[in-house]
Design a protein around this ligand. Structure first.
Ligand code: PLP
Length: 383
C-alpha cells in the first residue's frame, strides 16, 4: 500500500483555491461544483490559417460545471447567501445565469427563482434550469425588463438577488484573471471578451488590478463597485495589466453608442442586453486599461464560432465567439501591436445553443446502409 499523501492534489473549486483573495471567511464551507481551473488553450491552426501576427490563447469557460463562466460568480454568491441564512435566490437571465443559479441552488438546498425572456433563451440553458428544479418564470419581455423586476423583488421578498449587481458574483469572476496570470507567468498584452451586462469585464479588471497589486486602483469605480471587498494580498502575481477589449453585437451595443438601447437584437442571446448593469465600472475598466469597445455583426459572430469549432476543436456559443470576431476586426484595422500575447475569454459552451449550431452547419448526408454508398462519400471528401 502506498503511504497516504500529506495533502490532496484534487481540485475542489475556486473558493478553496483563492479564499485569501475572496470575501469568504476561513471557516465558511464553499458551495462548489469544482468550477474554475479551466483550460487556457493556445491556438495554432487559426493563427496559421489567417496569418495572424500574435500569440493567441482562449480561456475556455465552457469547461465550467454548468458550461459558462457564470459558475465562478455563482459559487461565491451562493456560498455567501447560505452563510447569511438565505433560503432562496432569484435572478433575471439570458440563460447562463439561470443555469448556474439553478445548479448551485440545488447543491446548497435553496430554492431558485429564475426570470427569463420568453422565446429568447437558448435551448440548452432552459433545459438546465428546468432539470435542476428551478422555478422558471418566463416573462413577455426582454432581459432588461426582467432585471428591473428582480431588483425590486429582491427588496420586497425574502430572496437573495444573484445577478452580477450582487458584488460577490464579480468577486468570484475576478479569479479568471488570476488563472490567466498563473498560466502565462504574467498578464497578457490584450484580453478580449464579449460584453453584455458588463459584469464580467468589470470582474476581469478587478482581478488584474489585484493580481498586479495596484493599491491606488482601489479608489477607482471598478473597485468601488465591489464595495471595498477587493483583497490586495502582498504577493504580486504580475507587474503589468492587459489592455481590455470589449466586444458587442452591433444590434445590442450600448457601449458603442454610449447610450442605452431599447430593443436589443442579436443571435448571441447571452449578450442581448441594452441596459448594462455594470455601465460605469465597465467604462472605468476600459479606460483605465487603455482599451476600447468594438461592434461585430451577427454574421461575423457566427463565422468566428464556426472557424473556432472547425479549425481548433473548440465549440463555443455565439456570444462567446464575439471575442474572436471582434479581435479579428481590430487586427484587420491594425489596432493591436504585432507580436502581442492575446487572451480571449470564450465564455460559454457551444452545446448551450444547439439550434444555432445546427442551422449554421452543413446538413448530415443521408445514404443507403451500404458500403459502396458510404465509401463514395469518403472518397469524395478526403482531403
Ligand atoms: C453572461 C454572458 C456573457 C456576458 O457577460 P456580462 O458579464 O453580462 O457582460 C457573455 N457570454 C456568455 C456565454 C454569457 O453567459
Amino acid at each position: 500500500m502506498t503511504p497516504k499523501q500529506p495533502f490532496s492534489l484534487h481540485y475542489t473549486g475556486l473558493i478553496d483555491k483563492y479564499r485569501e483573495r475572496l470575501p469568504i471567511a476561513p471557516g465558511v464551507p464553499a458551495v462548489s461544483l469544482g468550477e474554475g481551473g479551466t483550460p487556457l488553450v493556445k491556438l495554432h491552426n487559426l493563427i496559421q490559417f489567417l496569418a495572424l501576427e500574435i500569440d493567441l490563447y482562449v480561456k475556455y469557460e465552457g469547461a465550467n460545471p454548468t458550461g459558462s463562466f457564470k459558475d465562478r460568480g455563482m459559487t461565491v454568491a451562493v456560498t455567501q447567501a447560505v452563510d447569511e441564512g438565505s433560503r432562496a435566490i432569484i435572478c433575471a437571465s439570458t440563460g447562463n445565469t439561470s443555469a448556474a443559479a439553478a445548479a448551485y441552488a440545488a447543491r446548497a438546498g435553496l430554492t431558485a427563482f429564475v426570470i427569463i425572456p420568453e422565446g429568447n433563451i437558448a435551448l440548452g440553458k432552459l433545459a438546465q434550469a428546468m432539470m435542476h428544479g428551478a422555478k422558471v418564470i418566463q416573462i413577455k419581455g426582454n432581459f432588461d425588463q426582467g432585471m428591473a423586476l428582480v431588483k425590486s423583488l429582491a427588496d420586497a421578498a425574502p430572496v437573495t438577488l444573484v445577478n452580477s449587481v450582487n458584488p460577490f458574483r464579480l468577486q468570484g469572476q475576478k479569479t479568471i484573471a488570476f488563472e490567466v496570470v498563473e498560466a502565462l507567468g504574467r498578464a497578457p498584452d490584450y484580453h478580449c471578451l464579449p460584453v453584455g451586462n458588463a459584469g464580467n469585464i468589470t470582474a476581469h479588471w478587478i482581478g488584474y488590478c489585484e493580481a498586479a497589486g495596484v493599491p491606488g486602483e482601489r479608489t477607482t469605480a471598478a473597485c468601488a463597485y465591489c464595495k471595498g471587498q477587493c483583497r490586495f494580498v502582498s504577493d504580486r502575481l504580475t507587474e503589468k495589466r492587459p489592455v481590455l477589449l470589449g466586444y458587442q453585437a452591433e444590434g445590442a451595443a450600448p457601449f458603442l453608442s454610449n447610450a442605452f438601447v431599447d430593443n436589443p437584437e442579436t443571435v448571441a442571446t447571452a449578450i442581448r442586453i441594452g441596459r448594462p448593469q455594470s455601465w460605469e465600472s465597465a467604462w472605468t475598466a476600459s479606460r483605465e486599461s487603455g482599451g476600447w469597445f468594438t461592434g461585430v455583426s451577427d454574421e461575423q459572430i457566427l463565422h468566428a464560432q464556426k472557424m473556432l469549432a472547425e479549425k481548433e476543436g473548440i465549440f463555443c456559443e455565439p456570444a462567446s465567439a464575439a471575442s474572436i470576431a471582434g479581435l479579428l476586426v481590430d487586427l484587420e484595422q491594425g489596432r493591436l501591436i504585432p507580436g502581442s500575447t492575446v487572451v480571449c475569454t470564450v465564455t460559454g459552451h457551444g452545446l448551450k445553443d444547439p439550434d444555432t449550431a445546427i442551422s449554421s452547419s452543413a446538413k448530415p448526408m443521408t445514404v443507403a446502409a451500404e458500403e459502396g454508398a458510404v465509401k463514395a462519400i469518403i472518397l469524395d471528401n478526403i482531403g
